[in-house]
Unconditional design. Sequence first.
Length: 255
Amino acid sequence: MSTVREQLQAVVDKYAGVRGGESEVDGGPGAELRGEGAGVEVVNDERLPMYARLRGKFPVRKRAAVLVLFGALDSIPAVHPSEVVPSDLDVLLLRRSDGLRSHAGQIAFPGGGWEEGDETLVDTALREAVEETGLDPDGVKVLGTLPVTPTVSGYEVTPVLAVWEKPSKVAPVDVNESVDVFRTPVADLLSDDVRCITEFERNGKPFRMPAYRLQQGLLWGFTATVLTSILTDAGWLETGWMRPSANPVKVEPKV
């Protein structure tokens, strides 16, 4: 039986060489912007992970990276048992401050924009995670990067998939940015009691996307879509679960 690390590594290997929404943007190694308001359109290409296929056409201003970190963050087991993942397997998340101009109050992965001094986008994800959660990067084993995708906030985001070999203490470093840093059991994310569907409109068009009802609030949007894609590709979440919901959660996107 394959281990969690092997299953996550297989997700990285599946998309090796697939970059997704190709673009040249400011804010990354060797990048140049292709004119004012340059945008990226991600097509429905089966080679792309689900989160990249779901994205539309957005103007891209800067590169960014998020750290998708799995591991046993503590000894508290999941509330909902699972036959496909260990009960102590968690993913690291945070809740953004209500005072932020972008995505205020939302649950997200640690991460942020590329800065001078970051040699790679892996460096960006690790630096941002340290700044936001205080984790020790020496205990993090990076498995690789997943295909990029543009977001409505103007970033081209690279998810960095990693496992926590030596967990360290985490907590909000700057409450003006993050008010909560927490672990979420993966087994709970797989439960029908936690999974849900969000509905919203953007530019007059309806959208339905995966989401999760957590104790800390509703996990939805980009983070929920990336997480769902990884859980599905790892073989932990069945495909096609995002069926029409009788009571979808109505949300209002805020850039």
